[in-house]
Ligand binder design. Structure first.
Ligand code: HXC
Ligand code: NAP
Length: 269
């Protein structure tokens, strides 16, 4: 069930919005009447997302751009603004991840994730800045519990997502005076997504085990994240800026507990 907030004729731009969680967010805004732009690297993903989002009857624009390419990101914003006007809601969620112990990770393996997640987020927000509606624009960064919980085999993503959350806070300070709000959403494991498959639930049995560690006893679904994004973008959230909001069934609390337990075990031995 999606929360009932109207975004009719608002321009919502979702970078990395062609698959998974971010596509779920774009879909939720499309259902509520927004004009949607989605952008990512692969033409086949952009085309498929356009078809899915267009089925709700509204206007959809798709554009191919790699967040690592500052100029391409700028061109994507220019093209979408020419079509739909200033951006009311910007969601920045392009990311890459894989599991690899730091001692085995190549310099390029570390760099590629930092380039996509952190530098890419800066490119997106920096290039969007001129096009954000003022006052009133809402920016939402999609980060992860990795930003504040150290996780084995994810040195690259932990470092990158921590950086993204600091960007959220700094830009909330710098852009608040212009009436632009910026927040981060930190999703827990979300069913059926690439991230969950890669990191914790390659099989159904793995998912069942991982879900049992979530206090609410289930993985999230894309609508859980979309509902929070709808709220954060709405006037109901008009006094919320610079916040990092977990949407994870309480999972981060359990991870913190596990980390502390592990530390306790290490101390006891
Ligand atoms: C070790 C790896 C690796 C792996 C890639 N590399 N995969 N190293 N283990 N599994 C290394 C490569 O060897 C190479 O280093 C470097 O990383 C760059 O690899 P490329 O394949 O050339 O990069 P590229 O084509 O740009 O692809 C980027 C990518 C890819 C991140 C590696 O996986 C991708 O496009 N991912 C997007 C989709 C995705 O990851 N979605 C999940 C997001 S989930 P060398 O030294 O050989 O050159 C998420 C958090 C979820 O973000 C949190 C859940 C709780
Ligand atoms: P996903 O389906 O792989 O989504 C990633 C999106 O980013 C895709 O649209 C991808 O499209 C795009 N992208 C990747 N690299 C890009 C680049 N260099 N330039 C432009 N676009 C790029 O992953 P997901 O699991 O749904 O994750 C979405 C977001 O949620 C990420 O920020 C992730 O860190 C976060 N998150 C996910 C989970 C989870 O359980 N899945 C949990 C916590 C946080 P192209 O391949 O076409 O470029």
């Amino acid at each position: 069930m999606l929360v009932d907030i109207d975004f009719k004729d608002r321009h919502v731009f979702v970078f990395g919005g062609t698959t998974g969680i971010n596509l779920g967010i774009a879909d939720a805004f499309a259902r509520r009447g927004a004009r949607i732009t989605v952008a990512s690297r692969k033409a086949e993903n952009v085309e498929a997302a356009q078809v899915r989002l267009g089925a709700h009857g509204g206007e959809v624009f798709g554009v191919c751009a790699d967040v690592r390419d500052f100029d391409a990101v700028g061109r994507a914003f220019a093209a979408s603004v020419e079509r739909f006007g200033p951006i009311d809601v910007l969601v920045s969620g392009a990311a890459g991840n894989f599991l690899c112990e730091a001692k085995d990770m190549s310099a390029n393996g570390f760099k590629v994730v930092v380039d996509i997640d952190l530098i890419g987020s800066f490119h997106v927000m920096r290039q969007a800045y001129a096009h954000l509606r003022r006052p009133g624009a809402a920016v939402i960064n999609i980060t992860a519990p990795q930003s504040y919980i150290p996780m084995r085999y994810q040195a690259h993503a932990c470092a990158a997502k921590a950086g993204v959350d600091q960007l959220t806070r700094v830009l909330a300070l710098e852009w608040g005076g212009e009436g632009i709000r910026i927040n981060s959403i930190s999703p827990g494991p979300i069913e059926g997504t690439e991230g969950a498959k890669r990191l914790m639930a390659p099989t159904e049995a793995d998912q069942v085990r991982a879900a049992a560690r979530v206090p609410l006893q289930r993985f999230g679904v894309p609508e859980d994240i979309a509902n929070l994004a709808l709220f954060l973008a709405s006037p109901y959230a008009s006094y919320i800026s610079g916040a990092l909001i977990p949407c994870d069934g309480g999972g981060a609390l359990e991870s913190v507990k596990s980390t502390l337990e592990l530390a306790g075990q290490a101390g006891a031995s």
